[in-house]
Design a protein around this ligand. Structure first.
Ligand SMILES: NC(=O)c1ccc[n+]([C@@H]2O[C@H](COP(=O)([O-])OP(=O)(O)OC[C@H]3O[C@@H](n4cnc5c(N)ncnc54)[C@H](OP(=O)(O)O)[C@@H]3O)[C@@H](O)[C@H]2O)c1
Length: 328
């Protein structure tokens, strides 16, 4: 159970941060992907008002993070120290460089929110390291960053992996992880086409075909499995990892699908969407719930066995180690 059973889809980030202000004050919180009008900015602005020791924003375009820093500094009487750091999650080199800077400065992180993401690239795109861009950015970059920085995460710390409510639609395609177009995917790796259609993604038929929305949902499943993998490795150090979904919020995320609208979907404001991510980051009652999933500000049942399976998580972990030439 969360501490606040009264919180729901309409709860705002400001309400969450005020409720858990004792756990925010004096801590260092790092958010990836902070840019104007995004959920990262919504979290940042709410968190800044409750006296954290330090906020760290990462962005692939540092000017975007700095714009959020300026808004906070302009509008707040006593803003906390804020560091902005360039990190392109789709590049191993950039992730390593950013981590090096944090490690050199001996930064201790209490809360890490893996928020950055890209969605629905219309054409299959590869990262500089040669991997499908949604997988590379949303999962692999965060996997590498979290592992590289893990010894700087405080005992009793918290990691939040941001995913989406569609995490169950596209299981990990171990036979075609970079969407090269393998038709003969085993049944258990094929997307749920009916569920994809009901989400408004369109009529899809061939498991081999690249589809930007499916590639995004694939990376969301990987983010859920990152929580499983980190729970296994960090829970014994008192570090909890949760997955959280914001619901649907119009942000820059939809830049590649301008006309995407689904009449059955309920839209939230950015502060409402970010609220679920902040419950996952701050609620002390969730410290013992590593691996759990937060939606609409409450613990929510994970309805896919694939994204909770430790064997699948281990297999994905091994893939990530191989892709990054690491041995975590
Ligand atoms: N909005 C929704 O409806 C919704 C629903 C479910 C889940 N989510 C998740 O919520 C998170 C935040 O999304 P949002 O709605 O706030 O979207 P957003 O406004 O587009 O923010 C995403 C952030 O990620 C950054 N990013 C993209 N590619 C990157 C890369 N290669 N390296 C580093 N940063 C990168 C973006 O930077 P640039 O501006 O430079 O691209 C931006 O700062 C994402 O993980 C998203 O998948 C959102």
């Amino acid at each position: 159970m969360t501490s606040r059973q009264d919180f729901d889809k309409s709860t705002t980030s400001e309400e969450v941060v005020a409720a858990f202000s004792n756990y925010n004050a004096g801590t260092t919180i790092l958010i990836t992907g902070v840019s104007p009008n995004g959920l990262g900015a919504a979290m940042a602005m709410a968190l800044a008002s409750e006296h954290p020791a330090q906020l760290i924003f990462t962005a692939r375009q540092i000017a975007k993070a700095d714009e959020v820093v300026n808004v906070i500094k302009t509008n707040m009487k006593d803003p906390p120290p804020i560091m902005s750091l360039e990190m392109d999650l789709s590049s191993f080199e950039s992730v390593r460089e950013a981590t090096k800077r944090l490690v050199e400065q001996k930064i201790t992180i209490n809360t890490l929110i893996n928020n950055a993401g890209v969605m629905a690239l219309p054409h299959r795109t590869l990262s500089v390291d040669g991997h499908e861009m949604h997988f590379a950015t949303n999962f692999l970059g965060h996997w590498l960053f979290t592992n590289l920085i893990s010894s700087n995460i405080a005992q009793g710390g918290r990691i939040v992996n941001v995913t989406s409510g569609g995490y169950m639609i596209c299981p990990i395609r171990f036979h075609d992880i970079d969407w090269e177009g393998v038709e003969a995917l085993p049944q258990e790796e094929q997307p749920d086409f009916a569920a994809a259609k009901s989400l408004g993604i369109g009529s899809l038929t061939s498991p081999g075909d690249y589809n930007g929305m499916l590639a995004y949902l694939h990376s969301n499943a990987a983010s859920m499995l990152l929580s499983v993998g980190l729970t296994k490795r960090l829970q014994s150090q008192g570090i909890s990892t949760l997955s959280a979904a914001p619901g649907v919020v119009i942000t820059e995320l939809q830049r590649h699908i301008g006309s995407f609208r689904n009449a059955t979907m309920e839209y939230k404001t950015a502060t409402q969407g970010a609220a679920s991510l902040l419950v996952a980051a701050l609620d002390p009652a969730l410290q013992s719930r590593s691996g759990a999933y937060i939606n609409d500000c409450q613990l929510t049942e994970i309805i896919s066995s694939h994204v909770q399976d430790e064997q699948v998580a281990n297999r994905l972990w091994a893939v990530a180690n191989k892709m990054t030439n690491c041995n975590f």
